[in-house]
Write a new protein. Sequence first.
Length: 189
Amino acid sequence: MTLQGKKIAILIAPRGTEEPEFAQPKAAVEQAGGGVTVISLETGGAETFNNDLDPGKTFAVDKAIGDVSAAEFDGLIIPGGCVGADTLRSSDKVVAFVRDFFAAGKPVAAICHAPWTLIEADQVRGRTLTSFPTLATDIRNAGGTWVDQEVVVDQGLVTSRTPDDLPAFCAKLVEEFGEGKHVAQAENA
């Protein structure tokens, strides 16, 4: 599927996002012809990690969260990493940005610990999703249904568990971004 002309936002924490969960989805969108804007709490460089502990690469940030709106984009990717996901969910601007994608019915892809941000944005209630297994109780407590599958799609929301699931996650997010808006997603927002 081609994403020609599609503009996709990808979040990254200033420090602690899981490198493959950032780099591989970004590359998948670009290989499908989409444009990707890297967004963080501030501009500059963002340091990634591997397996939450080992230093990864530093990636350039295109825009700060205060300088963008969901209206500019066709879809959103939220990578995981325990520290990175916790940092992102603590930002009111990030939470509002995420919520706005759902309100507009735009597809969102979240992997590993990224559903923490979805919980903060109150977007898991009534949805079926997956995540890193330790988030299962958090998702259930927020009104969602947690399942142990490599990739789950629920009304434009794509979720996966770990870096091992990246091939399926990337394929499905490209498909959902290509399909565009999901009316049912906006109705649940």
